[in-house]
Write a protein that binds this ligand. Structure first.
Ligand SMILES: C[S@@+](CC[C@H](N)C(=O)[O-])C[C@H]1O[C@@H](n2cnc3c(N)ncnc32)[C@H](O)[C@@H]1O
Ligand code: SF4
Length: 372
């Protein structure tokens, strides 16, 4: 299993909650794509074997012209071979979706779209500074379906400041109308330095109470599970066979190569990353500098164990006693003691799957399992 991630760090403007690396200033995107192509050529030997998954993430990949996406695919095909049963995901914002764009992406090999809807409620969308409204989001879903990409996921954010339990339920009901195979439901996070953070500091907005936030999460799990979606990771729900294979590879320690500004890569305990700055990234790659010890880290055994418990705790069936026994024998007795506590306190069932309390209080669970 090997995955390739391509980061497209451009957005039309910033949403108030978001601290993912992206810029809203104008930047010559074809220069950025030239740079991606150079990086792909130089790092093609990082991964062994065929690519199973490719993920175009952002930022907003759908701001790229289709000709630029085609150049990236050309480079991928000349430098890697692809598993015929591949998953190729493209993140898109609803306002960028047209029939032609979807058909062209599909012809290039894209077979999964992750659509950033965030909410079907116009008051929420306006508050968070999105460029689309609910109608545009619905039309985007319909256009993608009509043009034969059925593997669609949408992102929604619960607990936005104006979201009530009934408007959240309405969001989920609209999603269900389309029978899509996947949804990511994120809980609003307050990230330092974002506009949301500034508005909260100035008391121009307030967050929902923890009680209201938990009610939205509870409702999400109930409605989606009742309708045949498997809650397989903290924020992810899928119909059988439609989990995100690419994201699963991050959560289960498979190797992946990340290309582009801010992208991370991982191989056999070695983590590497590119700088979060599109200007210095393009200058560096165009000077022919592809690697630097400053941007890599070899994980020690304790880091690997901590990373394992952190990632595995996000998954429904993540924590495996036999895995820890085999991979981390030196920490196994500590792990067993902590696991017994978590089972006793009803975070985990006897077969180590997450209980509802475990889903709610994941951070507490991770702290219990991690080593200092
Ligand atoms: C990196 S964004 C890229 C997706 C795409 N640009 C978009 O906005 O539609 C991935 C997803 O993370 C979620 N997200 C980003 N910041 C968040 C925050 N502070 N709290 C909750 N969810 C967040 C949003 O749902 C977003 O769609
Ligand atoms: S949520 Fe998406 S569109 Fe909004 S700023 Fe973040 S990456 Fe850009």
């Amino acid at each position: 299993m090997a995955g390739l991630y391509i980061h497209i760090p451009f957005c039309h403007h910033k949403c108030i909650y978001c601290d993912f690396y992206s810029i809203a200033q104008s930047f010559d995107k074809s220069v950025y794509v030239d740079t991606l192509v150079k990086e792909i050529e130089h790092r093609k030997d990082f991964l062994k074997g065929r690519l199973d998954t490719i993920y175009f993430g952002g930022g907003t990949p759908s701001l790229l012209k289709v000709e630029d996406v085609a150049r990236i695919f050309e480079s991928i095909h000349s430098n890697f071979s692809l598993n015929p049963d591949n998953e190729i995901t493209f993140e898109a914002n609803p306002e960028n979706i047209t029939k032609e764009y979807i058909q062209q992406l599909r012809d290039l090999g894209v077979n999964r779209i992750s659509l950033g809807v965030q909410s079907f409620n116009d008051k929420d969308l306006k508050l968070i500074n999105r460029s689309h409204n609910s109608l545009v989001a619905r039309k985007a879903i319909e256009t993608i379906l009509e043009n034969n990409i059925e593997n669609i996921s949408i992102d929604l954010i619960s607990n936005l400041p104006y979201t009530t339990l009934s408007s959240w339920e309405e969001n989920l009901r609209i999603f269900l109308e389309y029978s899509l195979p996947h949804i990511s439901c994120y809980t609003l996070m307050r990230e330092e330095g974002t506009m949301l953070d500034r508005l909260l500091k100035k008391e121009k907005l307030s967050l929902l109470s923890e009680e209201d936030a938990l009610k939205q999460l509870d409702l999400t799990m109930d409605i989606l599970e009742e309708n045949g979606y498997n809650h397989y990771e903290t924020s992810s729900y899928a119909k059988p066979g439609f989990h995100s294979r690419h994201n699963m590879s991050y959560w289960t320690f498979q190797d992946y190569l990340g290309i582009g500004a801010g992208a991370h890569s991982y191989k056999e305990g070695l983590r590497m990353w590119n700088e979060d700055d599109v200007y210095s990234y393009t200058e560096r790659i165009n000077r022919g500098e592809f690697f630097s010890k400053e941007r890599e880290e070899i994980l020690e055994e304790k880091d690997k164990y901590n990373e394992y418990v952190m990632l595995a705790s996000r998954m429904k069936k993540g924590l495996k006693d036999s895995y820890v026994k085999e991979k981390f024998p030196q920490y196994y007795s500590y792990f067993s003691r902590q696991i017994s506590k978590l089972v006793k306190e009803n975070f985990l069932t006897q077969d180590l799957t997450l209980t509802t309390k475990g889903w709610y209080l994941q951070d507490e669970m991770i702290l219990t399992l991690a080593l200092d």
